[in-house]
Structure formats: structure tokens, C-alpha cells
Design a protein around this ligand. Structure first.
Ligand code: MV4
Length: 480
């Protein structure tokens, strides 16, 4: 095992990784920006290195400063958390060049999977089912139109360099295609410096089901079952649960086993997540693979009893996988909700400010991952994730009741500070959600977004669209 690990992140995940290191007897060092000098991770770490000003570009995204910090503290490995540099193959390579172990897949594997078009081709070759569409970048609008005609409308144009919902456009009719194709390419060029796009059939009323895998550096792998992450607003997840509900165990097993086969086939190493859409006919389609620990990893930990960050550290240290598939048992149901400092009443606009009161819930089978405490000041610099509340219960109904109970206890107050808790309560109250019969359209339906619920769509007065949120410097939008 490593003697010292450098944690190249902030917020709740920096603390989460720090705790895992402590439990394994690994010394911890964290980097921090000027805005995070008083953070919990800085307080708890064995060493803390200031690497730049609040701007994430000049701190948490500054590869050279992070590598220099690792050298200063004598770290052998870097844990990137999620967001920031966690899926940056160039950063992983810079680490290797400097004799540092990047806690994640090999740089070449990361690069191949970061390109969503290439990931699609690789997984298709490995036998994973894809949504119908192109398996290579589409060079012209005419070629895009040909593919769209072949697979049928609606289609979605996606940036190869995108992912996590960034750089994609839904196209409902042939008349919109040329414009959508051109605009998605231009937007992808501007956002990623890469204008390659591909075209897929757009699956409506589908569930977002993902599979957690662990693969070691010796070719062994296990899957840790599924999570449903369909409750999303603008590709920000709000509620996640494990296992995915209301699907036959045989279907979930097939998805999980297929995902693991794909991961092993492409040489994946570390903790990874394969995302799928599951349609109304229970057919599943590979979307993309994420090479990082994810925000929602705790629900998998709760149903398996396996600490995913411990496993990441062991895998990175070259230890053979400590679990055989038969030893991994899924027990009960875990549900997580994200508590963001955003105002659901104003289009989920961030509400930074000082927390006068902050008392997280407690009680049985209730876990709160947070970096906050009373007096904590939420700045405008980073994403607005304040806390995650995760509960476990033997069955789904009790888990949902337990989450509602935990949210009742959560006391957060400060001038101007709002949270997503009231909106999460509406999700937990929703009849379709309660039955486990919900899709990626749930949030839009709750928000009254036009087109979200065609059966009930009013003809005269469409529901108002929420005002768009202000966009400060939100680095984690890269991969969340
Ligand atoms: C899709 C899709 C439907 N059809 N692709 C969103 C994030 C990224 N991982 C891929 N995503 C999607 N890709 C096809 N061919 C639906 C999603 C999607 C989604 C779309 C709209 C609103 C919420 C969503 C939540 C999860 C996935």
C-alpha cells in the first residue's frame, strides 16, 4: 500500500477519500485553493498544500501545481476524486511521467473511453448492445440525415468529446436535423476543441441504469450491481438508488454481467461505471463509461458492504482483487439524495452564503457525506453540492420513509441560502417514483416543462419554463 496519497480535490469527496486513506493507514495530503483554506479536508489531512487562487482553472485544474505538491509531500499516488482532473487522460499521463500513480485506469484506456464515439465502438465490439446509430463520427449533415432515416426519429446528435449530458441535441423531425448537426459541431468545437459528433436514435421514457465495476491490474473484475439515476435535472442527478427498482432480477443480472464483460474487454482498471438506458421493453443500451469514483457511489457501498475507495487504493497499489463475484451479495435498498445549495423556486440558481445552522440527520442506517458544518461559508466558485444523505433499509418502501425522516431532521439555515431538499421531497412523494416506475422524464414532469408529459400537455397555456440558472465557475460540470 502507498505511504502517502495526495488528494487532488475538494468538498465532500476530498473528505471521503481522506477517511478511506486513514482507515488503511495511509498518510494524507490535500491540495487546496485560497477559497478552501478553512475546509474540513485541510483541517483533517496530515499535510495541506495551497496550490492557487479560488479559480479552479488555476488550482484544482492546475496539473503542474498538483504534481509539484505531490513532490513536496513525497506522495506516491494521486487520488483525483470526481470532476476536475479525474477523467483527464493527459493528467494521468503527467502523473506517470513524474513517477506518481494516478488512481484510475491507465491513461490510454482513459483516453479511448473519454471519446464517447470510440467508447461506443469498443463496447459494440465487446458485444454490448447500443442504441441504434453510428459507431464512428459522422462527417457531414447528409451522412447524419442518412443515419437518422435508417434508425428513425427522434435522434440525438452527441459530441464525441462530450459525456455526462454535455454537447448533445435532440432532433425530433428531419427538418431540424441539418441545423442541429451544424450547431452541435460548432458547440463541441467551442467547448472541447473537438467538433466530432455521432448520431443515435433518441430513446424516450427510458431509465438511466448504471453498473459499478471493479477491475484490478491483473485482468480480474467484479460487478457490484446496478444503480438507477433517472432522477436528473439538466444532467445533474438529484436522487439515486441501488439496486435499480422495478426490473426483474434476471434483467439486472444480465445488464451487470454484460457491463463487466465490456469493462474487462477494453482493459479497464479501477472503479468504473457503465451507463445504460433501459427502455419500456426492458431492452438495455450502452451509453458511456465513467472512469472515476462517482458522486452516487455510497448507495452501492450500502447494499454491498464494500468500501469502493478502499478498493480503488488497493487496485492502484497493484493488489489483486480482494473479492470474487460469488462473494458479492446485494442486500436491501439504499437511496441517496443530493443536498445542493440551489433554489428550486428560481430555476435551481446557486445560493451561496454562510450557514448559521447546519445539523445533519442521524439515526439508524443513515449516512451523511458532507464537508460542511455550522459557520461554513459556501462560496460562488465551485459546484453547489453541500451534502449527500444516504439511507439503507431491507426494502425500498422503508428506505424511502427513512430518507424522508432523515430530511425532516436536516437543519440548514443561512441568509439567502436555499437547498434542493424541498424538491427532493416532491420526488419522494411522487406516485410513480414511489412505485419505482419512473424514467428520465420525471423531473421535467414535476417542473411542468412543456412536452414532459404528452398525455397531459395543455394546448392553450403551456407551463412556464424555469428561468435558467446563473452559471458561475462550476468546474465539476465537466464530469458530473
Ligand atoms: C441518451 C438519451 C436518450 N437516447 N441517448 C444523458 C447523459 C449522457 N450520459 C447520455 N444521456 C442520455 N443519452 C439516447 N440515444 C437520454 C439520456 C439521458 C437524459 C436525457 C434527457 C434528460 C435526462 C436524461 C437523463 C439521463 C440520460
Amino acid at each position: 500500500m502507498f505511504e502517502t496519497v495526495l488528494i487532488a480535490n475538494r468538498g465532500e469527496i476530498a473528505l471521503r477519500v481522506l477517511r478511506a486513506c486513514r482507515e488503511l493507514g495511509v498518510r494524507t495530503a490535500v491540495v487546496y485553493s485560497a477559497a478552501d483554506a478553512d475546509s474540513a479536508a485541510v483541517r483533517h489531512a496530515d499535510q495541506a498544500i495551497r496550490i492557487g487562487p479560488a479559480s479552479s482553472r488555476r488550482s484544482y485544474l492546475n496539473a503542474a501545481a498538483i504534481v509539484e505538491a505531490a513532490r513536496q509531500v513525497g506522495a506516491q499516488a494521486v487520488h483525483p476524486g470526481y470532476g476536475f482532473l479525474s477523467e483527464d487522460a493527459d493528467f494521468a499521463e503527467i502523473c506517470a511521467d513524474n513517477g506518481l500513480t494516478f488512481i484510475g485506469p491507465p491513461p490510454a484506456v482513459m483516453a479511448a473511453l473519454a471519446d464517447k464515439s470510440s467508447a461506443r465502438a469498443l463496447m459494440s465490439r465487446a458485444g454490448l448492445p447500443l442504441s441504434p446509430g453510428s459507431v464512428a463520427p459522422v462527417p457531414t449533415a447528409a451522412a447524419a440525415a442518412e443515419i437518422a432515416e435508417a434508425v428513425g426519429y427522434p435522434v440525438i446528435v452527441k459530441a464525441a468529446a462530450g459525456g455526462g449530458g454535455r454537447g448533445m441535441t435532440v432532433v425530433r423531425t428531419p427538418g431540424e436535423l441539418r441545423r442541429a448537426y451544424t450547431r452541435t459541431r460548432a458547440a463541441a468545437q467551442a467547448a472541447f476543441g473537438d467538433d466530432r459528433v455521432y448520431v443515435e436514435r433518441y430513446l424516450t421514457e427510458a431509465r438511466h441504469v448504471e453498473v459499478q465495476v471493479l477491475c484490478d491490474s491483473h485482468g480480474n473484475g467484479v460487478h457490484l450491481g446496478t444503480r438507477d439515476c433517472s432522477v436528473q435535472r439538466r444532467h445533474q442527478k438529484l436522487v439515486e438508488e441501488a439496486p435499480a427498482p422495478a426490473l426483474p432480477a434476471a434483467v439486472l443480472d444480465t445488464i451487470a454481467e454484460t457491463a463487466l464483460r465490456g469493462a474487462l474487454e477494453v482493459g479497464f482498471v479501477g472503479a468504473g461505471t457503465l451507463e445504460f438506458l433501459v427502455d419500456a421493453e426492458e431492452q438495455f443500451h450502452f451509453l458511456e463509461i465513467n472512469c472515476r469514483i462517482q458522486v452516487e457511489h455510497p448507495v452501492t457501498e450500502m447494499v454491498t458492504g464494500i468500501d469502493l475507495v478502499h478498493e480503488q487504493l488497493h487496485i492502484a497499489a497493484g493488489v489483486p482483487l480482494r473479492w470474487r463475484q460469488e462473494e458479492i451479495r446485494l442486500r436491501g435498498v439504499a437511496v441517496e439524495c443530493r443536498v445542493n445549495t440551489e433554489d428550486p423556486g428560481r430555476g435551481f440558481a446557486p445560493t451561496p452564503g454562510r450557514l448559521d445552522r447546519f445539523t445533519p440527520p442521524g439515526g439508524p442506517f443513515t449516512r451523511v457525506d458532507t464537508h460542511a458544518s455550522a459557520g461554513y461559508v459556501i462560496g460562488p466558485w465551485y459546484d453547489s453540492l453541500l451534502a449527500k444523505v444516504i439511507v439503507w433499509a431491507p426494502d425500498r418502501e422503508l428506505a424511502l420513509n427513512r430518507l424522508e425522516r432523515a430530511l425532516d431532521e436536516f437543519d440548514i439555515a443561512g441568509p439567502g441560502v436555499h437547498t434542493t431538499i424541498p424538491f427532493v421531497r416532491r420526488v419522494l412523494d411522487d406516485a410513480a417514483f414511489r412505485k419505482g416506475r419512473y424514467t428520465t422524464r420525471l423531473v421535467d414532469r414535476l417542473l411542468g416543462v412543456p412536452g414532459a408529459a404528452p398525455a397531459q400537455r395543455p394546448t392553450a397555456t403551456p407551463a412556464p419554463r424555469p428561468a435558467s440558472a446563473a452559471t458561475p465557475d462550476v468546474p465539476n460540470r465537466r464530469t458530473r
